[in-house]
Design a protein around this ligand. Structure first.
Ligand SMILES: [Zn+2]
Length: 488
């Protein structure tokens, strides 16, 4: 959907009354006529002609013919859509903008584009109006652009089974450079990778709020929080900052570029924490013994569950021949991140965007929130419109609330997994509204028309994406911070 225009739409008549009015005034003053003179010539009161010149009202054709004759031009000439001069064009634009919803919303006084307003001032006002309109239109368009970029990126990831060979090579080379021999990557090894790449690590208390780390590329310094948040692995933060450097990421050109960079840095960081060779060896054995488990991968490499789940989807299809899906779902039921190459149908809007969409209440990713035991993995079989899937899910606390992280496979693949013996079963008929989106009949009958909920602004990150080179980052705060910490 296109953003709403910020200046009023052009009138349906061929020529804008504002343009006709300016042409009349231009021709009249050019001929040295006053409103009174013209009024006498066409038999109208000067005030009526003033209304015409101000473009406040559409004039009858008969009056316009008389005016054209009195001014010594043809009717066609009078009705030309061209503003009569550059100055008139500016006046028309100013007038149009001042009559629009944006000007009304700003609560600014009306400026009269009379002769006392210098042309340079007029140019400046019109230029500012245009720029504000452009910025607001751009901002309104951003969530739309973000959705499109997300959808495209997901298609790319699906095409390569979520495995990126070049990033695996980068990870292997970096680990070899610091002599890592497999197994969990220690904090010290992380610092060694940083040193190998020419960076020192600095823990500070005043990191800008909108950032997880800030890299001073001029001085080879990475600034990190003094006390890392409980939900993020401190090694990941360092590795992601280094990954951006290794991959030569510049300032993202657009939102799509920003997302691609984020996927690549996340991938490389995960590939360093859970190296391909060691992980594949472990997973292959587990598959042979029919005891594949995301938990075991997590424990073997000492990473958060989400990193293990993410890494499992990188390797499962490429190395184990297992199609998979991955979901991160907020406690409010909306989808935040997802990936699939196993045909599962994620909730989506008409354009194919899935971020922020409500997930079926019967799916593992939602049911798990109601499971009292949050320490054991939860398993469930779910019949869906595209087949039966088996999924495993865990709940974790994050900065913006509680999330479930789920990994699932088609029924035919469950024989390789630990947890296949579960008796939990569900049937999902979504996207049929009767599945779980429409309230049950009896409940609806009791409450329809008697409820008035006040909606909370949507938690989805897509609701209000700020504009900027790095979405969501306060650049002033970052530059001030770097200035404060830079070595003199
Ligand atoms: Zn449903």
């Amino acid at each position: 959907m296109a953003p709403a225009p910020l200046t009023p739409a052009a009138p349906r008549t061929a020529v804008d009354p504002l343009v006709i009015g300016r042409r009349v005034r231009h021709l009249r003053t050019h001929r040295g006529m006053t409103l009174e003179h013209l009024g006498a010539a066409v038999g109208r009161a000067p005030s009526q002609l003033s209304v015409l010149e101000n473009g406040r009202r559409e004039a009858r054709l008969s009056l316009l013919e008389q005016v054209a004759t009195a001014l010594g031009v043809t009717l066609a000439d009078l009705l030309s859509p061209e503003p009569p001069s550059r100055r008139a064009a500016l006046e028309i634009e100013l007038e149009r903008a001042q009559r629009g919803p944006l000007h009304a919303a700003l609560g600014l006084p009306q400026v009269k584009a009379g002769r006392s307003l210098p042309t340079d001032a007029l140019e400046a006002i019109v230029g500012l109006q245009r720029e504000i309109g452009r910025l607001l239109t751009e901002r309104a368009a951003t969530p739309e652009e973000a959705r499109r970029a997300n959808t495209e990126l997901r298609a790319t990831m699906r095409d390569q089974d979520n495995w990126f060979g070049d990033l695996e090579v980068h990870a292997r080379e970096l680990l070899a450079a610091v002599g890592h021999r497999g197994g969990p990557l220690s904090q010290r090894a992380t610092a060694e990778i940083a040193a190998h790449l020419g960076f020192t690590l600095h823990h500070v208390h005043d990191l800008p709020h909108s950032t997880r780390s800030v890299t001073d590329t001029a001085h080879g310094r990475i600034y990190l929080p003094q006390a890392p948040s409980a939900s993020t692995d401190p090694r990941s933060v360092v590795l992601q900052a280094l990954a951006a450097h290794v991959l030569g990421h510049g300032e993202p050109a657009d939102y799509g570029d920003f997302l691609r960079q984020r996927v690549q840095t996340n991938y490389l960081a995960a590939a360093l924490l859970v190296p391909e060779e060691a992980a594949v060896a472990m997973l292959s054995t587990a598959k042979d013994e029919r005891r594949l488990s995301v938990e075991d991968l997590r424990d073997a490499f000492g990473v958060p569950y989400e990193t293990a789940a993410h890494r499992f989807t990188n390797l499962a299809t490429k190395h184990l021949g297992i199609p998979v899906h991955f979901m991160k779902v907020h406690e409010d039921g909306t989808l935040h991140k997802a990936y699939e190459n196993d045909g599962v149908r994620f909730p989506s809007d008409a354009l194919g965007a899935i971020e922020g969409q409500p997930v079926c209440r019967r799916w593992t990713a939602r049911v798990v929130f109601a499971v009292p035991d949050r320490f054991s993995p939860y398993y469930q079989y779910t019949d869906t419109s595209t087949g039966t899937y088996w999924c495993t899910s865990r709940v974790q606390a994050g900065g913006d609330g509680t999330f479930s992280v789920s990994v699932g496979v088609p029924f035919a693949q469950v024989r390789w997994f630990r947890g296949r013996e579960t008796t939990e079963r569900a049937v999902s008929r979504c996207p049929e509204p009767e599945c779980c989106r429409r309230p049950p009949g009896e409940l609806a009958a009791r409450w329809e028309g008697r409820a008035w909920p006040a909606a909370r602004p949507h938690a989805s990150m897509l609701a209000a994406l700020p504009v900027g080179a790095f979405p969501g980052v306060d650049q002033t705060e970052v530059f001030t911070f770097l200035e404060r910490h830079a070595p003199s």
